[in-house]
Design a protein around this ligand. Sequence first.
Ligand SMILES: *[C@@H]1O[C@H](CO)[C@@H](O)[C@H](O)[C@H]1NC(C)=O
Ligand SMILES: *[C@@H]1O[C@H](CO)[C@@H](O)[C@H](O)[C@H]1NC(C)=O
Ligand SMILES: *[C@@H]1O[C@H](CO)[C@@H](O)[C@H](O)[C@H]1NC(C)=O
Ligand SMILES: CC(=O)N[C@H]1CO[C@H](CO)[C@@H](O)[C@@H]1O
Length: 279
Amino acid sequence: MSTLKLLLNLVFIGSMTMAPHTTSPFIPGFDISAVTANAQSLPTHSWEWGTAAEALLKMNSPLLSVFGSNPFPVLAIPPTKMDFLLNSAPRWSNGTIPQREDVPELWGDFMYMAPPFIAYFAADSNNASLLEIAYLQCGLYREVLLFNSNASTPSPTGTSPTNGLWQHIFGPQSMESGLWSTGNGWAAAGMARVLATSWQANATADLTGGDGHGFGEISGSSLLAAVAYRMVVLAPTAFPAATGEPPITNTAIPAVNPLGPEGNNFVVLMYAAWRLRSR
Ligand SMILES: *[C@@H]1O[C@H](CO)[C@@H](O)[C@H](O)[C@H]1NC(C)=O
Ligand SMILES: *[C@@H]1O[C@H](CO)[C@@H](O)[C@H](O)[C@H]1NC(C)=O
Ligand SMILES: *[C@@H]1O[C@H](CO)[C@@H](O)[C@H](O)[C@H]1NC(C)=O
Ligand SMILES: CC(=O)N[C@H]1CO[C@H](CO)[C@@H](O)[C@@H]1O
């Protein structure tokens, strides 16, 4: 916990010293500085600090994110972290790594946390089989939460019983089959990061057959909008229609405080993605 808070502070300090990108030419119609300040000050849990670190990185040092041009600066992630992730928790029946340490339980939220980390670690250590694990985990989560199936082969796009929306949690502890928008945002944004990482590692064609197609309240909306803006830049042929301005131009102002730590971070992520698309 203190490690994560330290990481957040380091990212923030680093982003201040590493050529911060001026935001002035990219005015979204709401006070992005106020949202960013909230995004940094509100987190109190590990995943909120992690999301804040990610949002500040994209906001202030976008070239170092997996969507930027220098995503793998020299760093050393201790291999023990990867061993823990891959080997410590009881797997779901189709081989999926669960969100929980004690029970096999799958949460859409997980998609933003573990697969992007596994993919990044794999690309950084030049480990193709590990990169494939990150990709397969996305597919296996998709099977369970989108198709309510435990198959190991991907179900065809367009055949989900929930019209393309992911259910939130499958498992014995906190089963929650609702179609939570933020859960869908976590899933989409996590898969976009895995896709970008594979792309940067020149492995996308190997994993997907070339087109990246397998990756098929305001927090969820802004995170999903961030993904849409990212995909326009990442895969303009597959995503030609995601244009327009941030959808929160007016509503974000009254919602800034009630948004909470995650919501503020999602708005920062959306802004950073929109800014990139607008360049
Ligand atoms: C790649 O990662 C896997 C999983 O952690 C590990 O078992 C394997 O030894 C790694 N391969 C290389 C070449 O480092
Ligand atoms: C998938 O496996 C889980 C156990 O891990 C089981 O509870 C569930 O019913 C299975 N779902 C389907 C659709 O077979
Ligand atoms: C991907 O390919 C480009 C061009 O060949 C190369 O500059 C880059 O270093 C490669 N990236 C990785 C992670 O191997
Ligand atoms: C990787 C893995 O363990 N996949 C399993 C997922 O579940 C199906 C059964 O539905 C198995 O056939 C796969 O081997």
